[in-house]
Design a protein around this ligand. Structure first.
Ligand code: GLN
Length: 453
């Protein structure tokens, strides 16, 4: 109960959890003990973890941080939840997040904002802010998250921990409440690359219930990390591409200094750096903020108050029930995205916005392909700034969208990305460095991070 007691003591200040499942956790821990005694334990047997509240959990509330799902108890487990249960991991509960994973600060949650453990006046990042804050505050050793446009990497950076988003299709989306299906991908948080490797290895694997799940045998990433370095320079031979567009402007001084120092450290460990270019990267934000709302407007049409979720108490007829239930159940940011998405998909605008955004998406993916032909991994800052003060961007959604500049292009291309801590700014806030690899390059990203750490 060590971690449950830490949650009870510290979470009232952090608000990282929406649901703590004390009884379920104790029962699962007893089962894990029995399994360990019987000699059938795996690396995660008995290890406590928390799931972002976007993953369906049988018999435990799954809210997606929305009033709309405030009373929703899923009748089944998400694929990822099932895999981790089967591995013997012990879920302590469900973590807070931006409503339906839309946001970069965790302030759009119906259950209130999460506080950053490094400074409780600041945001933890989003949308998986609860999972990141919980790991950073050691309320759990590892946690799941999802990353549609940076929601694992950005909160990992803001909270000073490691977070990985794998190649699109590696982690099943079954039972992961959909935001933008062509971008959504489950990911892992831990205090180190090794912890992320253990968790990610257990989350991956083909699932026929997700039509975009890739038929690939899961890899043992942690075993790969354990291999000894070939020589005195553990990263000898690693070619790191530095996209000149990411280093040009827009980065806070403290972020730049920490990232440059980390790159020196990478060179000292034997890596070489090369100049690469992602000329269309700056178009990632407009492309993403058309595609993601378009997909969200379609995915969220299922929340109509009929089969599950919030239903308005008073209504005149069926149409009135739909509209009142949705008006009451969704928060402001979710409504904004549904409106934008419906607009860009509507007749007459589809070609001008949605198809155009898909073309940009293709160009961005081709930029990465060209850059990754010259290097093994691409490095840069995860975020342009460190964690901002709660409320600082509350009235300026566009400013918040712009803060996703370094993470979003990676989702549009479907590539894997990791964020690891690389120092602090002058105010003592953690800075994250992002490494982006080629498809299925998770092992290489984790190994580079592990040797850096
Ligand atoms: N901040 C981005 C958004 O609001 C990304 C969110 C995410 O990755 N789920 O859409």
């Amino acid at each position: 109960t060590l971690f449950l007691d830490r949650i009870a003591a510290l979470d009232p200040q952090l608000n990282a959890f929406i649901t703590v499942d004390r009884d379920g956790a104790i029962e699962a821990a007893r089962a894990a003990d029995a399994r360990i005694a019987a000699g059938r334990a795996g690396p995660l047997t008995g290890i406590p973890l928390a799931h972002k509240d976007v993953f369906c959990t049988e018999g435990v509330l799954t809210t997606c941080a929305s009033k709309m799902l405030g009373n929703f108890v899923s009748p089944y487990d998400a694929h990822v939840v099932g895999l981790l249960k089967a591995a013997g991991a012990v879920s302590l509960g469900k973590t807070n997040m931006d409503e339906f994973a839309m946001g970069s600060s965790n302030e759009s949650s119906f259950y209130g904002p999460v506080k950053n453990p490094w400074d409780t006046a600041r945001v933890p990042g989003g949308s998986s802010g609860g999972s990141a804050a919980a790991v950073a505050a050691r309320l759990v050793p590892i946690a799941t998250g999802t990353d549609t446009g940076g929601s694992v990497r950005q909160p990992a950076a803001f909270c000073g921990i490691t977070g990985i988003k794998p190649t699109y299709g590696l982690v099943s989306r079954y039972g992961m409440i959909a935001y933008a299906s062509s971008l959504d991908q489950g990911g892992a948080f831990g205090a180190s690359a090794e912890d992320c490797a253990l968790l990610l290895s257990a989350m991956t694997g083909f699932d026929e219930r997700d039509s975009t799940s890739l038929e690939r045998a899961p890899e043992d990433y942690a075993a790969a990390l354990a291999a000894p370095a070939a020589g005195p320079q553990p990263l000898a031979g690693l070619r790191i591409g530095l996209p000149r567009e990411f280093f040009a402007e827009g980065m806070a001084d403290g972020v730049r200094a920490a990232v440059e120092a980390a790159l020196d450290q990478y060179r000292a460990l034997g890596a070489t750096t090369v100049d690469v270019s992602l000329p269309n990267a700056k178009l990632a934000i407009p492309a993403y903020y058309v595609i993601a709302p378009a997909e969200c407007s379609s995915n969220l049409s299922r929340f109509d108050g009929v089969r599950y979720g919030h239903r308005a108490a008073d209504y005149a007829d069926l149409a009135d029930m739909y509209s009142k239930s949705r008006a009451e159940g969704f928060g402001e940011e979710v409504k904004r995205r549904i409106l934008v998405g419906t607009y860009v998909l509507s007749h007459g605008y589809y070609d001008a916005y949605y198809l155009q955004a898909q073309r940009l998406r293709r160009l961005i993916a081709e930029d990465f392909r060209a850059a990754l032909a010259q290097c093994d991994v691409i490095a840069g800052p995860t975020t342009p700034t460190t964690a901002w003060t709660l409320g600082a961007m509350a009235d300026d959604p566009v400013q918040m969208y712009l803060s996703d500049i370094y993470t979003i292009a990676v989702n549009l291309a479907g590539l894997p990305g990791i964020s690891h801590p690389c120092g602090f700014d002058a105010g003592g806030l953690p800075v994250g460095l992002q490494l982006v690899g080629d498809y299925f390059g998770e092992g290489r990203l984790l190994a580079a991070t592990h040797r850096f750490q």
